[in-house]
Design a protein around this ligand. Structure first.
Ligand SMILES: *[C@@H]1O[C@H](CO)[C@@H](O)[C@H](O)[C@H]1NC(C)=O
Ligand SMILES: *[C@@H]1O[C@H](CO)[C@@H](O)[C@H](O)[C@H]1NC(C)=O
Ligand SMILES: *[C@@H]1O[C@H](CO)[C@@H](O)[C@H](O)[C@H]1NC(C)=O
Length: 450
């Protein structure tokens, strides 16, 4: 603030200027006033004169688009064609405790995003959520449900796409987020066969857009914690998986984009001094989880009396996963945020003042469970036998086995998973039967604790 204008700031101003001209909303002008304060008073006056000359009558009619749109380009259009709700953003993002964090959570209406946002809010941190509410992997009504739950805790989730660089830049310039928890991504290993470009859009272009805006539009630059994936270990046979193992044999496009993300993170850390922490999640499950994941659709199929398909690995062994309960993952995410050091870059993408933190952690449960065992736990909880088809796993993206070594996260932020698969699935089933209004035949177990 108050520094004399220089050429980089002038060109930055011109970028915003053209953005503002396109939107020309009275609210937005006041919204961006904070940004404009950074420039000189003269520049501010010039901008207002320009806007007044070009658009003397404010454009006031905003048609609101249906928010459940499935395309990844349309859901945030409604936000752009109207104004940013700056006051609500400020209210949501401002911490309620002193020295609280102010976190921009992307993918906030997703499974992990919702639970993390609630946990941050509960301890007094400010949260602003973004989500594009796409319907790629599952019915977005569950995302809307999570959004209402967040709203009931006064957490705002904007309909926005992370590859929207103007919106991200405007947000960063309007509010001094201390941290970004970047969870928005195209997930799922098998959906890539249907829509490969959605992975590039979210996991590569979207990630770059986020890093770019954080490096160049934010002042101060936030520290970033983002979701990588255990899938980067790919066909790695070394077990348990350690962060130091090579990850150059991804088995799916999803894994390849997460691996690319880790390389991109290195670049933004190196050049712009962004503090970046990547978290490799291992098969996260629990209440409000993703319907496209096996434990979820197995539950649905078992209750409907429909057959389920269980994979055997090509060498005849059981397929096993290091299933990790959501509460454990949330603790890991908050631990990573709390131990993240500030970024060292200068606002506007100037040279960094020194090396910034760059970290990668496994967040798993450390005890792989065969998928057949998962099914038998579900059978008990649901009081129904599953009809099982056991087939050899096709090589379309899945890996036979995952097992996390979490000693690094344990050392650096005390990460210790405490929920085993049976108690975690019991909590999931309680939620599931409540959410879908199902009465279980079983008299013991699941519904009792609901
Ligand atoms: C991401 O956004 C940029 C503009 O910010 C655009 O040029 C690019 O096509 C988008 N990429 C994808 C994959 O949607
Ligand atoms: C787990 O990783 C740590 C390094 O983070 C290493 O020292 C340890 O030997 C690993 N444990 C196993 C069982 O591989
Ligand atoms: C799982 O955890 C619960 C609660 O801590 C415990 O009662 C149960 O014995 C554990 N089950 C297994 C298989 O370890």
């Amino acid at each position: 603030m108050g520094s004399p204008p220089d050429t980089s700031k002038t060109s930055k101003l011109e970028r915003y200027n053209s953005y503002l001209r396109r939107l020309n909303s009275a609210k937005l002008i006041s919204a961006s006033s904070k940004l404009l304060f950074r420039f000189t008073l003269l520049a501010t006056i010039l901008l207002i004169v320009l806007l007044t000359l070009h658009y003397p009558v404010p454009f006031l009619s905003h048609s609101s688009h249906p928010s459940s749109s499935s395309s990844f380009t349309s859901p945030h259009r409604s936000l752009l064609s109207s104004s940013l709700p700056l006051e609500s953003i400020r209210r949501s993002a401002t911490p309620s405790r002193s020295n609280g964090l102010s976190v921009l959570v992307t993918g906030a209406a997703g499974f992990v995003g919702t639970h993390c946002s609630l946990a941050l809010n509960k301890r007094g941190d400010g949260v602003l959520g973004l989500d594009n509410f796409n319907s790629h992997l599952y019915d977005p009504s569950l995302k809307r449900h999570r959004q209402s739950l967040l709203a009931s805790h006064s957490i705002l989730v904007l309909d926005a796409d992370i590859n929207d660089s103007r919106l991200l830049s405007l947000l960063f310039a309007s509010f001094p987020f201390s941290h970004v928890l970047h969870l928005a991504a195209q997930a799922g290993v098998r959906y890539a066969a249907k829509n490969p470009h959605s992975y590039i859009h979210s996991n590569v272009a979207g990630l770059v857009t986020l890093f770019e805006s954080a490096a160049k539009a934010a002042d101060p630059q936030p520290a970033i914690v983002w979701a990588s994936s255990s899938s980067v270990y790919g066909l790695n046979k070394n077990s348990p998986f350690s962060e130091s193992h090579t990850t150059d044999r991804p088995a799916s496009l999803y894994a390849a984009t997460k691996k690319a993300g880790e390389a991109i993170a290195h670049t933004y850390n190196h050049i712009y001094g962004l503090s970046i922490t990547g978290l490799r999640f291992f098969t996260v499950y629990g209440p409000m989880g993703r319907p496209d994941m096996a434990y979820f659709f197995f539950t649905k199929a078992i209750l409907a009396g429909k057959p389920i398909t269980i994979f055997r690995s090509p060498d005849g062994k059981d397929v096993a996963r290091d299933f990790t309960y959501i509460d454990d993952v949330v603790k890991g995410c908050l631990g990573a945020l709390d131990t993240a050091k500030p970024s060292t870059g200068r606002p506007g993408g100037g040279p960094k003042t020194g090396p910034a933190q760059l970290r990668i952690y496994n967040l798993g449960n450390t005890s792989p469970v065969p998928v057949a065992k998962l099914v038998s736990i579900l059978e008990k909880l649901l009081g129904t036998k599953a009809k099982k088809n056991i087939i050899t796993m096709p090589s379309n993206g899945d890996v036979p086995f995952t097992h996390a070594n979490v000693s690094l996260a344990a050392k650096d932020f005390g990460y210790r998973p405490t929920t085993n698969l049976s108690s975690g699935l019991s909590k999931f089933v309680n939620w599931y039967v409540n959410y879908y209004g199902i009465k279980l035949k079983t008299s013991t177990g699941a519904t009792e604790a609901a």
